[in-house]
Design a protein around this ligand. Structure first.
Ligand SMILES: Nc1nc2c(c(=O)[nH]1)N[C@@H](CN(C=O)c1ccc(C(=O)N[C@@H](CCC(=O)O)C(=O)O)cc1)CN2
Ligand SMILES: NCC(=O)N[C@@H]1O[C@H](COP(=O)([O-])[O-])[C@@H](O)[C@H]1O
Length: 192
């Protein structure tokens, strides 16, 4: 059974999706650790409700520590096989990237390589897609390297935009698409 660690900055929708798939035995995996950089992150409460060990790691709590090293050591302590980024808003730094090479997975709410990179997260992505009058959007599940959104693709799925698509309607459609795509992608890694 593969052991999954989650990094999340806010709601943790990816944690919900993966935890449910593990409980339903759709994924041969277990979420063993949740880490957030945000003391107000709902994902921390959700992890506690599921009895999943969870930790707040940020520069306010650990002002004099190397957070990259701290996160890496905690993932190793919990014997994590794969790390999933669920709306994690900070750049993954070199220790974690190199220690977990091709083991860190991110879900980006657009069809990379378009609409990726610094500043491209959450509703900013959907605003840019609509502003560019794109006919389609989607999500990209990819491995994480040292740069934002440039890792090797695992799976990409697309949807057509409606004429009257709004940021809110597109965000909702993409989140629904992601929840299926994340599991489809993770199954190729955990259910071997
Ligand atoms: N080394 C990597 N780190 C991260 C990646 C990655 O692919 N490689 N993915 C991101 C997730 N993400 C898009 O999928 C993303 C998240 C955040 C940003 C961004 O611009 N962040 C701001 C800070 C925002 C905040 O603190 O609230 C910034 O860096 O100025 C871009 C892309 C997770 N990490
Ligand atoms: N570029 C990164 C990015 O925009 N990630 C997005 O955060 C959402 C999950 O947030 P949540 O875990 O707070 O629900 C997801 O829709 C994901 O695509």
């Amino acid at each position: 059974m593969k052991r999954i660690g989650i990094l999340s900055s806010h709601n943790g929708s990816g944690f919900d999706t993966i935890q449910k798939a593990c409980e339903e035995k759709i994924l041969d995996a277990q979420v063993v650790l949740v880490i957030s950089n945000n003391s107000n992150a709902k994902v921390l409460e959700k992890a506690s409700e599921k009895d999943v060990p969870n930790f707040l790691i940020n520069s306010k709590k650990y002002p004099d520590e190397d957070l990259d090293l701290k996160i890496t050591n905690l993932m190793k302590e919990f014997k994590v096989d794969y790390i999933f980024l669920s709306g994690y808003m900070k750049k993954i730094e070199k220790n974690l990237v190199s220690t977990f090479e091709n083991k860190i997975i991110n879900s980006h709410p657009a069809l990379l390589p378009k609409f990726g990179g610094k500043g491209m997260y959450g509703t900013f992505v959907h605003e840019a897609v609509i502003k560019e009058k794109e006919k389609e959007s989607g999500c990209t599940i990819h491995f994480v390297n040292e740069n934002y959104d440039e890792g090797k693709f695992i799976l990409q799925k697309s949807i057509k935009l409606e004429e009257d698509e709004t940021v809110d309607s597109l965000e909702e459609k993409i989140k629904t698409l992601e929840s299926k795509t994340i599991i489809e992608a993770l199954k190729t890694l955990t259910n071997k």
